[in-house]
Ligand binder design. Structure first.
Ligand code: MG
Ligand code: MG
Length: 256
């Protein structure tokens, strides 16, 4: 079942997304060499609760933390722990906020200190592909147009697009229909209508697209152990141009 949102509901999701975007800015200030990923998780949870929200991920299917933190060859769903960030790491931070009955969902991959040029390019091109996909979150386009835009952008650089995990609708539930794959064919799949709220989230590997799940039951890792990147926004399908509810502006401000 597809749940289209009213303008009143979208307004609430926008408020949730605003808290989430500011959480990402706060985390960005803490992504430095030596910080543990558990510390980042604590920073996020405190910020979310101080702003009247709750962490969407905490308790979701038994997940114990507010952030998924995925290092280097981990793609998504990494568990915060005692590891201290080191220069050269790439760290994907995925966070969800629940506020006044509605979820928002956003992810960003940071470079810690100095990373190799090929990894820096991976992050750049994956972030670009997110916006290429978002361009198609417009009424009358189809789900496959989003996936095609993401896939065609990143595959030109030889990267692998993860197939096993996809974007999704969201609202009162963190995950709603439809699924939003990061691969696809133009003009295929469900037709998009105004009021559909989507999390669009390319997961892109420097090497092959194949992934494996770790024995911890959560972490998804590249099979070839090469790095991966993940960028995600919560958006509303609109006529003519998608409305992006989350923003990376707070991250950009924190890093500059
Ligand atoms: Mg997410
Ligand atoms: Mg998501």
């Amino acid at each position: 079942m597809i749940i289209y949102k009213t303008e009143e509901e979208i307004e609430l999701i926008k408020q949730s997304a605003n808290i989430l975007s500011r959480v990402h800015g706060e985390i960005a200030r803490h992504v430095v060499e030596g910080v543990t990923t558990l510390k980042l998780d604590a920073v996020a949870e405190e910020f979310i609760r101080d702003n009247g929200g709750s962490p969407s991920f905490k308790g979701y299917n038994g997940f114990k933390h507010s952030l998924c933190i995925s290092l280097n060859s981990a793609v998504v769903h990494g568990i915060p722990g005692n590891y201290s960030l080191q220069s050269g790491d790439v760290v994907s931070i995925d966070c969800g906020v629940f506020f006044q009955g509605f979820h928002s969902d956003s992810a960003y991959t940071h470079a810690v200190g100095e990373v190799s040029p090929e990894v820096r390019d991976l992050l750049l091109h994956t972030k670009e592909s997110l916006y290429k996909g978002i361009e198609w979150a417009v009424a009358g386009a189809r789900i496959g147009d989003i996936g095609y835009a993401v896939q065609s952008h990143v595959e030109q650089f030889g990267y692998g697009v993860v197939r096993e995990l996809v974007g999704h609708g969201l609202g009162r539930n963190l995950h709603e229909s439809p699924e939003v794959p990061n691969y696809g064919k133009r003009g295929q799949g469900m037709k998009l209508q105004e009021g559909l709220v989507l999390a669009i989230e390319p997961m892109v590997n420097l090497g092959s697209r194949h992934v494996v799940q770790e024995e911890d039951g959560w972490t998804i890792r590249t099979r070839d152990k090469k790095p991966s990147a993940h960028f995600e926004h919560t958006v509303v399908v609109r006529k003519g141009k998608a409305e992006i509810l989350t923003t990376f502006d707070y991250i950009d401000n924190a890093l500059n």
